[in-house]
Design a protein around this ligand. Structure first.
Ligand code: AMP
Length: 299
């Protein structure tokens, strides 16, 4: 089965304490789509401008990502720039140029409307609603978000929580949404807002799932060196959805393993700028790290 992914398709300019890289392929949907493509066919919904390099379109195609739903509009591609502190965890946004995103309305081609797995990657909640309005009886819908939408579009986001099966957010966003410092108290409150599955991401400390099968603590793959963590969260949720879309059996039976696959896919993302390392990764490399994680967490 395939995964429909909507989100930002961007050019990212990233500064770390060691290097600076302008106009890399980025955006929540790009990271999630490449991650999901290791496991299942992907249909991408997004928008780019006339300045979007052809080599990035070819990159999507090399990963068998269906770009029929990727609009090309007159104007500039969404451009985001961020700078990391020495610890590589704290990040500051330097610049957000919306470009063609300002007028973007996602339109699903007819054959995309019945896609069973839907990932609403980080993008304005109103656009996430717009995609949900067009899909027909999806099997599993997961949404991601960011602090910006909690600040400026909370009402839309709260309404969205009633329409989705799974919600993924990081620990500071969960704290902001629920006013709870304790992650387990926050999980409980978020369930009450709608989603059956809630995943709180904790960066290099992994993530925690709360669902019908109870709590699952998912580790991050231990990396000695992080080059650029941009898109790690998107790779995590993209890898998880890609794995779920091809796994046989129920969501409950597969979601824990799917998170492990997502976590390992995200580890490759952190080892290079933008998507440079992820795109060099092979499915076998992912399977190898999953085996290592299995060994590390067995007791
Ligand atoms: P993450 O590191 O998982 O938080 O995701 C980083 C990605 O989010 C980058 O590739 C950015 O292009 C993208 N991004 C940054 N700001 C926004 C925004 N306001 N809306 C959608 N995507 C964004």
């Amino acid at each position: 089965m395939s995964v429909l992914i909507v989100g930002s398709t961007a050019l990212d300019s990233i500064k770390t304490p060691n290097a600076e890289n302008p106009r890399l392929l980025g955006g929540s949907a790009s990271h999630a789509a490449v991650a999901a493509s290791f496991f299942s066919p992907v249909k991408l919904i997004g928008v780019v401008g006339e300045d979007f390099p052809k080599k990035y379109l070819q990159l999507y195609k090399r990963h068998n990502i269906d770009v029929e739903g990727l609009q090309l509009l007159p104007g500039k591609t969404f451009h985001w720039s961020g700078e990391y502190e020495l610890n590589m965890n704290n990040r500051r946004t330097l610049l957000t140029e919306l470009g063609v995103f300002e007028t973007f309305t996602p339109v699903l081609p007819p054959l995309h409307q019945a896609t069973p797995f839907v990932l609403l990657a980080n993008i304005a909640p109103a656009l996430q609603h717009h995609v949900l309005d067009q899909v027909k009886r999806p099997k599993f819908v997961v949404a991601d978000t960011m602090d910006l939408w909690l600040n400026i579009a909370l009402e839309d986001l709260v309404k969205l929580l009633k329409r989705i099966d799974g919600f993924v957010l990081n620990d500071s966003e969960a704290q902001q949404l629920t006013k709870e410092d304790n992650v387990f108290a926050a999980l409980k409150k978020i369930h009450k807002m709608g989603p059956k599955y809630v995943i709180i991401k904790k960066g290099s400390h992994g993530s925690i799932l709360s669902g019908p099968g109870g709590i699952f603590i998912c580790p991050a793959y231990p990396l000695k060196t992080v080059v650029d963590p941009t898109g790690a969260g998107d790779s995590f949720v993209g890898g998880m959805m890609g794995y779920l879309a091809t796994a046989r059996g129920s969501i409950d039976a597969n979601i824990r393993r799917a998170m492990i696959y997502g976590s390992v896919t995200a580890s490759f993302c952190c080892e290079g700028f933008g998507l440079t390392r992820t795109t060099k990764t092979k499915r076998g490399d992912i399977d190898q790290r999953v085996k290592e994680l299995e060994k590390m967490t067995k007791f």
